[in-house]
Design a protein around this ligand. Sequence first.
Ligand SMILES: Cc1cc2nc3c(=O)[nH]c(=O)nc-3n(C[C@H](O)[C@H](O)[C@H](O)COP(=O)(O)O)c2cc1C
Length: 297
Amino acid sequence: MTEVLNGVRSVDPGAEVGFVNLQDAEIKSCIGCETCMKKHIAGDYDFRCVHGVDQDHFHFIEMQMRSADAIIVSAPAYNLLPPGILIRFLNKMHASGDYRKVTQSVEACKVGACFSIGGTDWTDYTPNIMRMITMELVGVYNGVIDSVHFDFLNAFQTVMLSPEVTERMHQMGVNVANAVNYKKETGKNAEYVGTEGICTYCHSNLLRVDPDGSVYCPQCNVKGSVEVRDGKLCVSFTEEELTKSRWAPYGQDLHIENIAKGHKKAAIGIEDIKKNYNENFKELVSEYRIGFPALNK
Ligand SMILES: Cc1cc2nc3c(=O)[nH]c(=O)nc-3n(C[C@H](O)[C@H](O)[C@H](O)COP(=O)(O)O)c2cc1C
């Protein structure tokens, strides 16, 4: 990440740069109460989280992100995925007030990029999910202009033996700085220059095959067409299908609509929910739950 920031400074020596190490931050886990979601649906974006803005570092990081032109995310691969600490941070994004609302357009999104490393090649989900996380922090996929992943860098700081990695990281910084300048000059997002995938919307290289044999990009939920050419599986997505990506305005609106429908159903059925739970589950939940021993802190 330091070399990425060097790359940014090589284009724009006056750029204010800095990095947030989530390992240094305290981020309370989202408890799934959906209070922030209900408040946002009701139009109250001042509300952040039931945890309170001064009870962990989420709000501090949110403010750092708000003031940034660009956000670059990096992580190692843990269990084929980005580490839990990054997912925990992502889970709290609902508690960022109107952050997503203001960044969720091609015009207002931030410039983004991401990179990851794995100890071996057990990393299939990592780069795909890194792009998704970056898109969530940046606002839209179109803002993510670069991404790359490196395998077989396992022992601590082996990356120091890999000048080609350092070189690529420097280039990522150059790409980000150029994309920020381009956006300031033209109001447009720069072209994506990262590792290509199958999906032309999110650049994922994953596929979902449904029981009926239809094939989708699982990140975008966009249907693709497949054919085998010279023994090679080729997947394509029409422009029309791509507009239905779950991350495009169509998908986002549908998602909010479905959440609102779910909350409405729960509000209408509140008495039945309480009755069913109290009569059939409440005691069993207490009975089955395994308590934790006190810790020796
Ligand atoms: C808990 C844990 C799980 C890991 N899981 C994977 C994995 O699934 N695939 C992989 O390639 N490397 C895995 N690794 C190795 C790390 O990705 C690798 O060491 C990485 O280079 C560490 O980067 P760092 O030096 O920036 O911490 C794992 C490491 C840890 C600590």
